[in-house]
Design a binder for this molecule. Structure first.
Ligand SMILES: Nc1nc2c(c(=O)[nH]1)N[C@H]1C(S)=C(S)[C@@H](COP(=O)(O)O)O[C@H]1N2
Ligand SMILES: [Mo]
Length: 370
């Protein structure tokens, strides 16, 4: 007898000193991050945007794709791709980040996709506002959640499932943020790994909400208790507590690694003299209003210059700072603060799932003579 329990084990924490396992490695080779030098681009170049897929990438061409919208509505809809493209389109620049970003830096380490800090990217997404489709279908009184189902299927922690996530109906029908049912990324049809032919884009929310390969929207009169909603993506200290749901992106600043790297250790080397440190900062709660830089491992901080956001409310902002390097090793840090006063912690914000770890990034840099 083959049992799911034998091939799909419960969530666990790594033992003290336990290295990255074969299971984590096989996830890491499928789900790549943004090479941090690509933080130089406003818009992440094709192929450099991070990718996270729980199961397999479904094989899907847009010719026979249909989106169904039903449940607690007056007029269920069935729309093919041409019909979706006939609605007034909206394009929004969105910085998307995986909720598990920073997980592998936690101690103890939750065993899962072992991101360091690179699970982020920025794209221009084009599609139909979700609220337009919901208005056309006519949401009935008493609706609580809108449930989004992807075409991908798998087993997770012993539970067989389609990838599904829900949004509260007020969020789904609202315009803050304007949620998109998107069919284009950077002006081209979605690539397979980013949801071809259709995905949800929920600006300001962590990645898990942006359901890829979207095939169905069901309006529900009860709150959705599917695995990715009620079991996964909860902030818990203990395994049996219900936990708070993971939703909006916590503020974070990242730095383009200065100088040049060692191949194996990835240690950074710079020459003495002036260096422009630069990077990007974002928050899904409120616009980033300040970035501070430390060149002494967080003991002292100085404000970085923050560039205008060109009205891209949901996209990261560029920052830069001039650093005069002298021979020796320094730890560089950057810290973002948003308009609601949220900032990044200096102690790890630990939880069992390893979500929303926006601990300040530490970048050791070795300054050598010529
Ligand atoms: N259908 C489906 N949608 C999904 C996922 C998935 O596995 N299946 N992964 C989610 C997670 S956890 C993240 S972080 C984002 C990643 O989007 P990207 O691969 O386009 O960067 O997609 C989300 N949408
Ligand atoms: Mo994610």
């Amino acid at each position: 007898m083959v049992r799911f329990e034998d091939i799909s084990t419960p969530a666990r924490l790594a033992e003290p000193g336990e290295g990255i396992g074969r299971d984590e490695l096989s996830l890491a080779t499928r789900n790549h991050g943004l090479p941090l030098e690509a933080l130089r681009y406003d818009l992440t170049p094709p192929g450099l945007h991070y990718v996270l897929t729980h199961y397999d990438i479904p094989y899907a061409e847009d010719g026979d794709w249909e989106l169904t919208l039903g449940g607690h509505v007056e007029r269920p809809l069935r729309l093919d791709m041409d019909e979706l493209r006939s609605y007034a389109a909206v394009t929004t620049r969105v910085t998307m980040e995986c909720a598990g970003n920073g997980r592998a830096l936690l101690s103890p380490r939750p065993v899962s996709q072992p991101w360091l800090v690179e699970a982020v990217g920025t794209a221009d997404w084009t599609g139909v506002p979700l609220r337009a489709l919901l208005a056309e279908a006519g949401v009935r009184d008493g609706a609580v959640d809108a449930v989004f189902t992807g075409a991908d299927h798998g087993i997770e922690r012993g539970v067989e499932q389609d990838y599904q996530r829900a949004l509260p109906i007020e969020t789904a029908t609202g315009d803050a943020p304007e949620i998109l049912v998107a069919y284009a990324m950077n002006g081209a049809p979605l690539p397979p790994q980013h949801g071809r032919p259709l995905r949800l884009v929920v600006p300001g929310w962590y990645g898990m909400a942006h359901v890829k390969w979207l095939r169905d929207i069901t309006v529900a009169a009860e709150s959705f208790t599917g695995f990715q909603q009620a079991t996964a993506y909860r902030l818990r200290q203990e395994p049996d507590e219900p936990g708070e749901p993971v939703a909006r992106i916590a503020p974070r600043a990242l730095m383009v690694p200065p100088g040049f790297p060692d191949f194996m250790s990835r240690a950074r080397v710079v020459r003495p003299g002036d260096h422009t440190l630069e990077g990007r900062a974002w928050s899904g709660h409120a616009p980033v209003t300040a970035v501070d830089v430390s060149t002494d491992d967080g003991h002292t901080w100085n404000p970085a210059a923050l560039e205008a956001s060109d009205d891209h409310r949901w996209a990261w902002r560029r920052w830069h700072f001039t650093w005069t390097a002298a021979i020796g090793t320094r730890v560089l840090c950057a810290r973002a603060t948003d308009a609601e006063g949220r900032t990044q912690p200096l102690e790890q914000p630990w939880n069992r799932g390893g979500f929303a770890n926006n601990l300040v990034q530490r970048v050791p840099v070795h300054c050598t003579g010529l």
